[in-house]
Design a protein around this ligand. Structure first.
Ligand SMILES: [Zn+2]
Ligand SMILES: [Zn+2]
Length: 323
C-alpha cells in the first residue's frame, strides 16, 4: 500500500509498503494534519521515531471486521487512534485519559490501510449518512479540547482567553461560543487572525492581550514561559490550562502570590478519554457546519510534504490528506 513515511526531521516521502492485516481493516478516506504531526516533522518527537507513519485524526471505511463485531463491512466510520483499557490504576481512579495500557491502532493514518485489534469495537463510531464524512476528522482534536474543558473551573461569569489561534485554539473558541462564554483568541499570524474574525470570533494580536480581563486562560502554544505570564496576570480565581505539549524538562516560575492570594489554579491535559471522543462525535454530528470551516485544504497524500511545508509557513489552517 501507499504510505507517507516520516523518514526524519523535515522529510516525508511516499513509499510502497506491505498492507497491514488485522481483525479489523479500514481504508483511510482522509486524515487531518495535527499540531503534533507538524511538531514531529519540524523538530522531532520522542514518541514518533522515524521511519514511521504519522496521522491520527482519520475517517475510514471498514473493509474487514471480525465475526464478533456489530460493525459492518462498508460502513464509513471515525476511529479513535487509541482508547483506555478500563482496568489499570488510572482508569479505576476515574482518569481514563491517563490510562497506562491503552488499545492502539496498528499505525498512523497517512496511508491507505490501518489495522485494528479485535477488541477495538468501542473505538469505532459509524458516521451518519448525508453528512460530509471528512468533517469527522475533527472528532479527535475536539475530544482533546473537551478533556481540557473538563479541567477548567468555570463560573457563570467566566470569560476565556485562548493563546494561539491554530485549529486547537479555535476548537476551544467554538466550544466557548457554543456555551455562551465570551472568548478572545490571541494570534500573531495575520492570515489566521483574518480567518478567525471571519468566523465571528474576537481575535487580537499578542500585544493587545489583557490577561487580567479573563479568568480562564488556555495556552495552545508550546512555550512554558507563557504559563508563567498567565498565572501572574489571570483574573482572581482563574484557571490556566497548559494545553499544548511541553518538553520533558520544561519548567517555569510560578507566581506563588497569585496561586495563594488570588486562588489561581494551573492545570494541564493531554489526549482524551473515550467519553470525550463520543461527546465530540455527537457535537460535530449535531452541527457539522460549525466545525467544517476549519478545514481549509483537502490534498492528495502525494502532496504531503507540500502540505506540511504550507502549515509550517502558516499559510493554511486545517489540512486533510487523502490517500
Ligand atoms: Zn491530533
Ligand atoms: Zn487503563
Amino acid at each position: 500500500m501507499k504510505a507517507l513515511m516520516y523518514t526524519g526531521i523535515g522529510n516525508l516521502e511516499i513509499q510502497h509498503i506491505k498492507k497491514p492485516d488485522g481483525p479489523y481493516l479500514v481504508r483511510v478516506i482522509g486524515c487531518g494534519i495535527c499540531g503534533t504531526d507538524l511538531k514531529t516533522f519540524t523538530v522531532g518527537h520522542h514518541f514518533f521515531k522515524p521511519p514511521t507513519i504519522l496521522g491520527h485524526e482519520f475517517v475510514a471505511q471498514l473493509v474487514q471486521v471480525p465475526n464478533t463485531s456489530s460493525h459492518a463491512v462498508g460502513d464509513t466510520v471515525v476511529v479513535a487512534p487509541y482508547f483506555e483499557c478500563g482496568e489499570c490504576t488510572s482508569c479505576r481512579s476515574g482518569l481514563p485519559q491517563l490510562c497506562s495500557d491503552k488499545h492502539y491502532v496498528s499505525s498512523g493514518a497517512f496511508c491507505e490501510y490501518v489495522a485494528l485489534p479485535d477488541d477495538y469495537e468501542a473505538g469505532i463510531i459509524p458516521l451518519p449518512d448525508g453528512t460530509d464524512a471528512l468533517v469527522f476528522t475533527l472528532v479527535e482534536p475536539l475530544a482533546c479540547v473537551l478533556n481540557g474543558i473538563d479541567q477548567l473551573r468555570m463560573r457563570p461569569s467566566s470569560t476565556a482567553l485562548v493563546i494561539g489561534g491554530g485549529p486547537m485554539g479555535v476548537l476551544f473558541a467554538l466550544y466557548f461560543q457554543d456555551i455562551g462564554v465570551p472568548v478572545t483568541v490571541v494570534e500573531p499570524n495575520a492570515y489566521r487572525r483574518a480567518l478567525i474574525r471571519g468566523w465571528g470570533i474576537e481575535c487580537i494580536e499578542p500585544t493587545e492581550a489583557d490577561y487580567s480581563r479573563h479568568d480562564q486562560i488556555i495556552i495552545t502554544v508550546n512555550q512554558a514561559a507563557l504559563i508563567a505570564d498567565a498565572v501572574r496576570h489571570v483574573a482572581n480565581g482563574g484557571t490556566v490550562l497548559a494545553f499544548s505539549g511541553l518538553k520533558r524538562h520544561d519548567t517555569f516560575e510560578a507566581d506563588g502570590y497569585a496561586i495563594h492570594y488570588r486562588q489561581v489554579t494551573v492545570t494541564g491535559c493531554s489526549g482524551f478519554a473515550l467519553s470525550h471522543f463520543q461527546n465530540a462525535y455527537s457535537m460535530i454530528a449535531a452541527n457539522p457546519a460549525h466545525y467544517e470551516k476549519l478545514i481549509t485544504h483537502r490534498l492528495p497524500l502525494e502532496e504531503g510534504l507540500e502540505a506540511f511545508t504550507m502549515l509550517k509557513a502558516g499559510n493554511a489552517f486545517k489540512i486533510l490528506l487523502q490517500p
